[in-house]
Design a protein around this ligand. Sequence first.
Ligand code: NAI
Ligand code: MG
Length: 499
Amino acid sequence: MDVSTTLARLGNAAASFLNGKHQLFIDGKFVDAKSGKTFDVFEPASGQMVAKVAAADAADVDLAVNAARRAFEEGPWSKMIPSQRAKLINKLADLVEDNAEELAQIESLDNGKPVTFARMIDIGGTVDMLRYMAGWCQRINGETITPSIPGDWHVYTLREPVGVVGQIVPWNFPLAMASWKIGPALAAGCTIVLKPAEQTPLSAIRLAQLIAEAEFPPGVINVLPGLGETAGAAIAAHPGVDKVAFTGSTEVGKLIVRAAAGNLKKVSLELGGKSPVVVFPDVDMQAAIPGAANAIFFNTGQVCTAGSRLYAHKKVFDQLVEGVVGVAKNIKVGVGLDPATQIGPLVSDEQLFRVTGYIAAGQKEGAKVAVGGKRIGEDGYFVQPTILTDTNPSMSVVREEIFGPVICAMPFDDNDLDRIAREANATSYGLAASIWTSNFGVAHKMAKRIKAGSVWINTHNMVDPAVPFGGYKQSGWGREMGHQAIELYTETKSVFASL
Ligand code: NAI
Ligand code: MG
């Protein structure tokens, strides 16, 4: 497959963006990296290069942090009333909506995902998130408190923006992840240095152009494409950054925690997962089969909450596996910009080798391939939707995050909810889980027993801007979305006035 197949499907707006310059956005201006360095961006369906992007490093991070500091302490942003901040965030949401088709095509080209999903989930989700968070601007308040100290007092709290925030996002939902980060930070009144992933920097660069068009004051949002080990590490370590927010691998999450120790910047983390899909024997199979399939195949399995461990009662196990195998065989895998495509390639050659490496390791340790298991073609990063059976908890495919369309299916023969939950919880992660049953007593009892930030009943991968999202255990620190997201970006100040 040649990259021209994909490029031919781009509309004029996306094509003209792709042919333009791809620079850093610092203090309201588009600039090259100080070093003059760039990095290459590859189209996942062909593995061919489609753009060169300015590569920020520590020197550019320094400039961006200084710009963000000035905007925070002295700029018009610091004096802006909440309703004006809301107006700007809503304006950005409108611009994203006005340019939705172009952004969806850019996202599909860069990440490989089906353009149909990019439209609905990535771009639609970004608009929703920005609008929801704009609504928070005028709702961030402290409280008055009655102390027990003798005397006459007026005691109250103020909620103030935490300051300059560094935000490092991954490549699986590039623009949407950026919106989860900048939305609440802007609502709280913070200023931002945002780093998109090196695999998928394009939509963030287009977002920077829309930020300029919306006329945010210079320095409020700086966008720095660059490599993780250089730009990302510099943000995490910078003494002028008050808080760092990260979504990505657990491994890098731990590096960020260490780097943040220098100035004890606040840290929030949304990391990996190994989420169980627990299916009880009384389940509605018509819902459970497509549900379990979508839980793992959506976005080619590159979802932190992907349902990667399928635990089904032995009464329904064979039927369920057979059903999911049927779905896997009929899924249309292809180029993201083809409207008929249901799942695209993986994002990069690195991820292709990681995912196929896990499948091979699983087979070596005794797992059986019920369907899939192989790379598709020789160009691009396509892999077959895959189901592994005969797996056990000692295998790396069961323990570790694969981040591909690979599910490990395991039967259980038990009616004791505590024991079932113990198996579902037997992972170092705790991001999400789904429970499939017609018995709502069982469903809610299981929901209490699962150690994860999100539990879904007869559904999977549901998120909403109003609903907190984040992880137990090694899946992270803090909750994004809902009012919890505002808490991540504000400090509480207590004021005691002796009257
Ligand atoms: P990664 O954690 O290396 O990349 C995520 C972001 O962190 C990117 O913006 C990257 O540039 C940045 N980064 C990398 N090294 C850094 C460092 N030393 N300091 C600061 N920032 C740094 O993830 P990667 O390598 O792309 O994927 C590896 C695995 O991570 C995947 O197979 C998957 O298991 C997991 N992952 C989980 C995600 C999630 O949504 N929770 C998203 C992406 C990856
Ligand atoms: Mg990495």
